[in-house]
Design a protein around this ligand. Sequence first.
Ligand SMILES: *Cc1c(COP(=O)(O)O)cnc(C)c1O
Length: 452
Amino acid sequence: MSTQYERLAAMNTSHLWHPFTQMKDYNNAAPLIIERGEGILLYDVQGKAYYDGFSSVWLNVHGHNVPELNQAIVDQLGRVAHSTLLGMANIPAIELAEKLVEIAPQGLAKVFYSDSGATGVEIALKMAFQYWHNQGAKKKTTFITMNQAYHGDTIGAVSVGAIPLYHDVFRPMLFPSHTIPYPYAYRHEGGALAAKEATLTALRNLLEARADEIAALIVEPIVQGASGIIVMPQGCLSEMAALCREHDVLLIADEVATGFGRTGAMFACDLEDVSPDLMVIGKGLTGGYLPVAATLATNAVYEAFYADYHEQKTFFHGHSYTGNPLGCAVALASLKLFDERNILEGVKRKASYVENKLAALKERPHVGDIRQQGLMFGIELVRDKATREPYDWAERIGVRTSLRARELGMLTRPLGNVIVFIPPLVSTEAELEAMIHILRDSIIHVTEGRDS
Ligand SMILES: *Cc1c(COP(=O)(O)O)cnc(C)c1O
């Protein structure tokens, strides 16, 4: 007789195709199958507990199975699960929009909902494009993105993506974009200042030459996530914003990963007092519970679409589940917990706690760089610390380290040779310490071939 686990594992192999996963590798190992969560722990069907060391891919804020969030969904479910936002409204979508405008960077005044970060990015791109079109600036049709950018996996988002491994195969399907360097201090000769100057110079040159053809710049503010948790040198974002303003090019801030306290501020833009024209939020918006995203716009953007019907300036875009009441209700409950539990203050305190605890790891022979902003950490492993020579990708050093961490009781998912540590914002110091132990032991086990 087969166990429940064996039955599920067999069905998983037979029927499921997993995202960002080479299924031939995946099917070679026993699958992890999650059954429930409690606090920052996830439990598999065999009862083993794991720390959620990457917030279930950077989403989770308050932990799993949180009574207040569960209750918000149950309460809304007793009223209505879904009604459309096409030409009508619902209570949680209205209340959440008001709250989002209240906490967003200055100037953002309107909320357009969707259901994933990628769709939120599509909306921002289309809004920026049509914003110029509606005003007769029909040449302003292209976008600027940054080297190694990631904005989601739909075709528009991939068109402003710049990670060759993910994006190159689709190049013939995509619209062309301009790419400027991202300031990657660890791998820039001359370090942070030179990296920042190179970025700003490239942006300035591009804008001076072609601003009349460019609709918007899209940027992951302060932390470029999927490229390896790469933190911008101070002042870079605000100077990029100023250049865009000077040259009449819109700024789209993709806060899908950085929003909702992750970086120590509510939004990463707040760290440098930047007010984008469009801002995309997702991931942590619902506390990591349900798929809701949003694109926030300034009144100036909104007004370019606000016209008599026959002028055909309407934004013809929407999704079946736009403004889903269950998702909006849990997002509201999550934001209430931000206030009641003083989450942002907690992140600042915990960020320096983790920073101190990780400091010793910098001395290890294969730890090249430890990058941090708030509770987002990337640990870049290198073959040779002196020359910063990377491990060959075929060694899968990141994958092996993450697998070791799983054996030791913590879940995370690497970005190439970068180990990701993005714990839920509510993690206690004791929980953070336990997770850091696992991180350290996994890195030493895999890179030094011994147990500490
Ligand atoms: C995850 C992510 C996205 C895509 O969000 P999905 O909800 O996965 O579509 C877009 N931009 C950034 C910066 C992200 O980290």
